[in-house]
Design a protein around this ligand. Structure first.
Ligand code: AP5
Length: 226
């Protein structure tokens, strides 16, 4: 189903909660553009850009990269997709980043994936990634058709440097200290004006209600760890 107006969403959750996996499914169903801060940083590292080389050690150690660097990177990249509906994955991750985003775009909805840390640690040890596309696999949950190879391109899959148990623990700490306050920021933020209903807008509100019911269902699945 394609959306009839520009719809802007953010997906949040601890590292390894399934943001990339769920995003893939949402963008396929609703025709949104997907922008992942982690994929963008890894692409810079792979291309050995100045920024990628500078940020690599931060990422490998499980620390967040500086707010001004990531905000500039993401907001610049968003200019390429701002005529479409989008889903942001991994940004914002601090209150300062959320404020930078708010200065330019208003977000329609925030999806939060709530997954216990023990489950996350298990998932990350069996995660495999196709680096060029960001496609994510899991040996237990979502294995590739041929072990070690991407389903679409047949290229080799890799494991991430920051998926070691020690680094995952650091990433979860960074999430608690720096990213959880962003959820509170969005909870407290004033809700947007409700739509004024006209015949034309009735269709729009039905569409929006449909999307919200799907997203609520996804959230519920994750809350129940399915
Ligand atoms: P990023 O790439 O964004 O990493 P992350 O937030 O730690 O999240 P992950 O990509 O690890 O996991 P995910 O939630 O997408 O889960 P996935 O779908 O893969 O960021 C990496 C680093 O970049 C950060 O640590 C930081 O240094 C830096 N960075 C990025 N953005 C930044 C920002 N805004 N500010 C500052 N620094 C930033 O799923 C995980 C596994 O579980 C997979 O194997 C998957 O197949 C499996 N799985 C998914 N769903 C299920 C399910 N329902 N059941 C069973 N298994 C499942």
């Amino acid at each position: 189903m394609l959306l009839q107006r520009i719809f802007r969403a953010v997906i949040m959750g601890p590292p390894g909660s399934g943001k990339g996996t769920v995003s893939g499914r949402i963008v396929k169903s609703f025709g949104l553009m997907h922008l992942s801060s982690g994929d963008l940083l890894r692409a810079n590292i792979k291309a050995k850009t100045e920024l990628g080389l500078l940020m690599k050690s931060c990422i490998d150690q499980g620390q967040l990269v500086p707010d001004d660097v990531i905000s500039r990177l993401i907001l610049t990249e968003m200019r390429n997709i701002d005529q479409s509906s989008w889903l942001l994955d991994g940004f914002p991750r601090t209150v300062s980043q959320a404020e930078s985003l708010d200065n330019v775009y208003s977000v329609d909805t925030v999806i939060n994936l709530d997954v216990p840390y023990q489950t996350i640690k298990q998932r990350l040890t069996s995660r495999w990634l196709h680096l060029p596309s960001g496609r994510v696999y899991n040996i237990d949950f979502n294995p590739p058709k041929i072990a070690g190879l991407d389903d679409v391109t047949g290229e080799p899959l890799i494991q991430r440097h920051d998926d070691t148990p020690e680094t995952v623990t650091r990433r979860l700490k960074a999430y608690e200290n720096q990213t959880q306050p962003v959820l509170e920021y969005y909870r407290c933020r004033r809700k947007p004006e409700p739509y004024k209903l006209s015949k034309k807008r009735n269709v729009l509100s039905l569409l929006t209600a449909f999307i919200f019911s799907k997203l609520k269902y996804l959230h519920m699945l994750y809350e129940h760890n399915m």
